[in-house]
Design a protein. Structure first.
Ligand code: NAD
Length: 242
């Protein structure tokens, strides 16, 4: 098969969907996993003239992560780009946060990213090349009241990105992160109007970002034009001023 292969975790909605479409336009064969799959996604991607492989999976479960990576590798024979996009929020103030709310966010966002890195890196080492791009958040850089669990998970992703980049640079594997600000997706649709107004007042450009704003940066990091960039986190937040 001629196409390079990009695997986007949780890649059937929101930012992941925009990334899958952009990487399909770039000519990548696409693989995605998700807790629940939707058949329309596959047709939508195949309209770009590239193959699409969907698989049910839970990034927080190590066995499922390993099986997903193995299934994608068996299907396509290679994995060139891993985009760690799957993520959840369980917002609450520290004083009210239950252990389950803390753990579930760490398990999906941080441990899930670790699981995928753990099982894709041996494949990329054998291929002698690869790109790992993880979706962090501006909240992992600056913090946000009500999100100690989420900000810890995203700050953790930024740290893992820097460390893994150093471990695998000599193997020609580039590891970077993208830290979105507030992007209009099913995740942020849950915010109240008052919360959205509060957020808008902090954004220099005075608008929420689009999923395509993030997909464009992922496309750059997955492509040839970024071949001397590793260990970096690119903040895409419209100029947040808090
Ligand atoms: P979204 O809810 O549309 O996408 C997240 C996807 O991950 C969903 O499809 C969900 O089903 C999937 N997912 C959740 N748990 C999973 C698991 N255990 N295994 C596999 N898939 C799982 O929201 P989004 O806004 O598109 O978020 C995508 C990424 O961008 C997330 O990592 C999120 O933290 C990050 N992000 C979003 C924003 C924003 O403003 N929307 C800002 C910064 C960072």
């Amino acid at each position: 098969m001629e196409n390079k292969v990009a695997f986007i975790t949780g890649g059937t909605t929101g930012i992941g969907l925009a990334i899958a479409k952009q990487l399909a336009k770039d000519g990548f064969a696409i693989a995605v996993n998700n807790i629940v799959l939707n058949e329309d996604f596959q047709k939508e991607i195949e309209e770009y003239g590239v193959p699409c492989f969907m698989i049910q999976g839970d990034v927080s479960d190590e066995k499922s992560a390993e099986e997903n990576i193995n299934a994608i590798f068996e299907h396509y024979g290679r994995i060139d780009v891993l985009v760690n996009n799957a993520g959840i929020t369980r917002d609450n103030l520290l004083m009210r946060m239950k252990e389950e709310e803390f753990e579930s966010v760490i398990n999906v966002n941080l441990k899930g990213t670790y699981h995928m890195m753990r099982y894709v890196v041996p494949i990329m080492i054998k291929q002698r090349s690869g790109r790992i791009i993880s979706i962090a958040s501006v909240v992992g850089v600056k913090g946000n009241a009500g999100q100690i669990n989420y900000s810890a998970s995203k700050a953790g992703i930024i740290g893992m990105t820097k460390s893994l980049a150093q471990e695998v640079a000599s193997r020609n594997i580039l590891v970077n992160a993208v830290a979105p600000g507030f992007i209009r997706t099913p995740m942020t649709d849950k915010l109240t109007d008052a919360q959205k107004q509060g957020i808008l007042s902090q954004i220099g450009l005075k608008r929420m970002g689009t999923a395509e704003d993030i997909a464009n940066v992922v496309s750059f990091l997955a492509g040839e034009k970024s071949s001397y960039i590793t260990g970096q986190t690119i903040v895409v937040d419209g100029g947040m001023i808090y």
